[in-house]
Design a protein around this ligand. Structure first.
Ligand code: ATP
Ligand code: ZN
Length: 644
């Protein structure tokens, strides 16, 4: 049989051989270094026997998948430790995502285990990795189901694996077995350190309809330095995670009875959102947009006509009836385009009316899978900074450039760090997702690409990422959790205007079809504010901070009164302040204002009261500065006004 290796070379063997022997035949040192392999793209253990011509990747520390193997193995070892420590444990899945740095294993046990038991699990893990090695066998589905007769989780995984690969890999260590389609090393020498770190919960298959399993997380590494390095990276990510930052800033909340993915904007969050909205509305005014307000529901027919019904299907909340006994059906809108088309069609437009820029900061709902919901980053109820701009063909380029400029100005105001721009094009092979009209697509894609080249901006071409109705430019950002998300977006659409018979009358009194541009200025408020919290680490600029100035009076009652006077004076100019009258020590109050990331702190004592002055300290600075109250107020107003 011929074995093709990763470097392209081919080795010939005259009999079936296992991976270990093949590695040894190539180089003796390779036998020890190989911890798993990939045969014809499928992960296998080093005991796997190859019988026919195949391509083979040996996984050593130089292979990209080395850490994958190390982590899945560590997850299994942790599962074994749990099985040995507690009675009737049902192991579920070994988990590892490369960019998450951690491994995990889910399981069910009764009673549930507590955080205080992590140390015992750690001790057991340390004992296991010193001594044991893992066995693997490949069986058919029937045998797997017999072996796992009492574990529905392993039976489920066996079926899933059998359907994809035609056999089921069962790994066994001591008396514990699991099914794994992921690679697991048989020799535990490759795993130098396993650190068991955390205990959380996870729904089986990430579906909230299923049982909540327990999940142990940990890290695996080949040296202490490597482990510490991973911990630092993770710590930094956690400190930027908007869900963690929210614990101090109290921007949003969720309630399981209201429903998963349905955010509650708390008072602080509402301030941030409304301030941003005010600013965006000013920008829209500057760029000649007009605002409309349309309902959050529409008839099923509307979405059938637009094509969303066919293309969006499962991602929408399902239709509901109007009154009881009525057969009128409505849906919660997943996007606002058809409503804006309806606004356009209220009047016959002429070529002189275009571009017509219809904007709405509009509520929409999407039934995102429960596993994908992530704080404010991915929700089910959201407010999109939406607009649909109707243009004549000769106006597309100029309008696109103008929208791009507007988006850039806005993102710069917030100092948003962009990862890259994605020119999202259709996949010509995909005949299902994309409306079939090659001429239309070619024109739209060429128009968009020309504009990007004119603008001299760098972009990545992403085939198959276009919307079903046209190509788009997406502004991509990396989140603290390393998710890649779209914030702003500009999309060309030659299709919807045709479907809805949208027209304008041109100079020759003829009916023509305008082109529609969909624009998400900062995307949804939800996702944008998640991004803003992460990129600023919660240190919002003064104009957005829910509490802009913390006023801390010290000493006499008269100073409290002076503090309240300052508050009233600032309130007149819409400056948000809070007077801290709690019965706590000054040092505590100062620290508290720091951890709450309040931009300015004022300490008000006798001297300040007598002089009509304030002593202020800016967030992140140790310096205390005393100036006249009026001067301070002017300074604050100036900073707010200039969004510095
Ligand atoms: P994604 O690929 O991220 O699901 P999409 O391509 O379906 O988004 P669009 O229909 O273009 O998104 O929506 C416009 C904008 O709405 C996106 O750029 C993003 O900012 C935002 N958005 C979309 N879905 C969600 C969601 N579930 N939660 C929060 N914001 C969202
Ligand atoms: Zn749209």
């Amino acid at each position: 049989m011929k074995i093709k290796l990763l470097d392209g070379s081919i080795k010939e063997f005259d009999q079936a051989m296992n991976i270990k022997s093949i590695a040894e035949a190539i180089a003796i040192s390779l036998k020890k270094a190989t911890i798993a392999a990939k045969v014809n793209g499928r992960y296998v253990s080093v005991d796997h026997v190859i019988e026919k011509d195949s391509t083979l990747e040996l996984i050593t520390s130089r292979h990209d998948d080395f850490y994958k193997v190390v982590n899945y193995t560590a997850a299994f070892v942790t599962g074994v430790a749990i099985s040995e420590l507690y009675k009737d444990v049902k192991l579920a899945k070994v988990l590892y995502k490369e960019d998450e740095l951690e491994y995990g294993i889910t399981f069910e046990v009764s009673p549930r285990i507590g955080l205080e038991e992590l140390q015992a699990i750690q001790n057991k893990v340390n004992q296991i990795i010193k001594n044991d090695s893992i066995l693997v066998k490949n069986v058919d589905l029937k045998e797997a189901e017999e072996i796992f007769a009492t574990s529905e989780y392993q039976k489920y995984l066996a079926k899933e694996m059998f359907e994809t690969y035609g056999s089921v890999s069962i790994y066994t260590l001591n008396n514990t077995s699991i099914v794994s389609k992921h690679p697991i090393a048989l020799n535990l020498k490759a795993i130098k350190i396993i650190e068991v770190q955390q205990l959380t919960g996870e729904y089986w298959l990430n579906d909230s309809e299923n049982i909540m399993l327990q999940k142990v997380h940990g890290m695996a590494a080949d040296s202490i330095d490597a482990l510490n390095n991973k911990k630092e990276i993770l710590e930094d990510r956690r400190s930027r995670d908007h869900r963690i930052i929210n614990k101090t800033l109290k921007i949003f909340g969720f309630d399981h009875l209201v429903g998963p993915g349905l955010p509650l904007w708390m008072p602080n969050g509402t301030i941030v959102k409304e301030e941003i909205k005010k600013y965006l509305k000013e920008k829209e005014w500057e760029y000649d947009f007009i605002n409309v307000t349309t309902p959050v529901i529409g008839t099923v027919e509307l979405y059938k006509k637009s094509g969303h019904w066919d293309h969006y299907g499962e991602d929408m909340f399902q239709p509901f009836n109007g009154g009881s006994g009525s057969d009128e059906q409505f849906i919660l809108r997943p996007m606002n385009c058809p409503h804006h088309v309806a606004v356009y069609k209220q009047e016959q437009r002429s070529y002189r009316d275009l571009p017509l820029r219809i904007a709405e900061h509009a509520l929409q709902h999407r039934y995102e899978s429960s596993g994908s919901l992530t704080g404010l980053e991915r929700v089910r109820a959201m407010e999109l900074t939406d607009s649909h701009i109707f243009v004549r063909p000769d106006q597309v380029e100029e309008e696109f450039k103008s929208i791009y400029k507007m988006i850039n100005e806005v993102l710069q105001t917030f100092n948003i760090q962009i990862d890259y721009l994605s020119l999202s094009l259709r996949d010509p092979e995909d005949k299902v997702k994309y409306y079939q009209d090659d001429k239309m697509w070619d024109e739209a894609e060429a128009a968009l690409e020309k504009v990007l080249q004119d603008l001299n901006i760098d972009y990545k071409k992403c085939i198959g990422e276009a919307a079903f109705y046209g190509p788009k430019l997406d502004i991509q950002i990396k989140t603290a959790q390393n998710h890649e998300i779209t914030v702003s977006t500009i999309q060309l659409d030659f299709l919807l205007p045709k479907k809805f018979d949208v027209t304008y009358i041109d100079q020759n009194q003829e009916f023509k079809t305008p082109i529609m541009i969909h624009r998400g200025l900062i995307g949804t408020y939800e996702r944008f504010i998640a991004t803003l919290l992460e990129q600023t680490k919660g240190v919002l600029p003064l104009w957005l901070a829910p509490n802009q100035i913390q006023i801390i009076p010290v000493g006499s009652q008269e100073n409290n009164e002076y503090a309240n006077e300052i508050r009233k004076l600032f309130k007149k100019d819409f400056i948000r302040t809070h007077v801290d009258l709690r019965d706590e020590r000054l040092s505590y109050k100062i620290r508290d204002a720091q951890t709450s990331k309040i931009p300015y702190q004022l300490v008000i004592g006798d001297q300040e009261r007598k002089d009509k002055s304030v002593t202020y300290r800016k967030y992140g600075s140790e310096e205390q500065i005393t100036i006249k109250l009026q001067e301070f107020k002017n300074m604050i107003l100036d900073i707010i006004c200039n969004k510095k």
